[in-house]
Design a protein around this ligand. Structure first.
Ligand code: HEM
Length: 137
């Protein structure tokens, strides 16, 4: 699979999963629990697909480096994205588990953090792609 195709597939997956998290939040805020569950499980599936494409790209091709004028901003976004993306996996697993096992008071405590981290990671993933496209080596 080419570098470009893997990049497009991983971007579409992480972007769609971020949108599904926002949709799932809208559903739970409007009392539609079943649709909330479906949206969040679909977001989780797309995030797993993202991971497959991202890791395939990581092991098949050398990483690109940003050499443009906004290096400080790029590094802040890249480092915060990488740390939160790593944190997002266990957060998502625990949040989904608590939701599926009806442990709702604990779910309600951790889920807003998971949703925030997830959406941040999705948005900054696209930003990093933009930086590399415009200023990548
Ligand atoms: C990563 C996945 C998920 C995220 C980020 C998430 C996020 C949230 C958030 C932020 C709330 C609180 C909403 C509020 O304050 O009113 C919530 C509530 C809820 N979630 Fe999830 N959720 C996820 C997965 C699930 C799953 C898989 C289920 C499965 C059944 C589920 C069932 C519920 C229910 C029933 C509530 C209402 C709790 C109550 O009002 O007592 N969630 N979720």
């Amino acid at each position: 699979m080419s570098y470009e195709l893997l990049t497009i597939l991983s971007l579409v997956c992480i972007g769609a999963s971020g949108l599904l998290i926002l949709t799932g939040l809208f559903f739970i805020k409007t009392g539609r629990r079943e649709l909330h569950k479906k949206a969040m499980l679909s977001a989780s599936f797309l995030a797993l697909l993202f991971l497959v494409f991202y890791l395939t790209k990581y092991f098949m091709y050398p990483p690109k480096h940003y050499e443009g004028p906004y290096r400080g901003l790029y590094l802040f976004i890249m480092v915060s994205h990488s740390i939160l993306a790593t944190l997002n996996l266990p957060l998502a697993i625990v949040t989904v588990f608590l939701g599926l096992t009806d442990r709702l008071s604990k779910h309600r405590k951790i889920a807003p953090v998971t949703a925030l981290v997830w959406v941040y990671v999705a948005i900054t993933g696209w930003l990093i792609f933009g930086f590399l496209k415009l200023g990548g080596g």
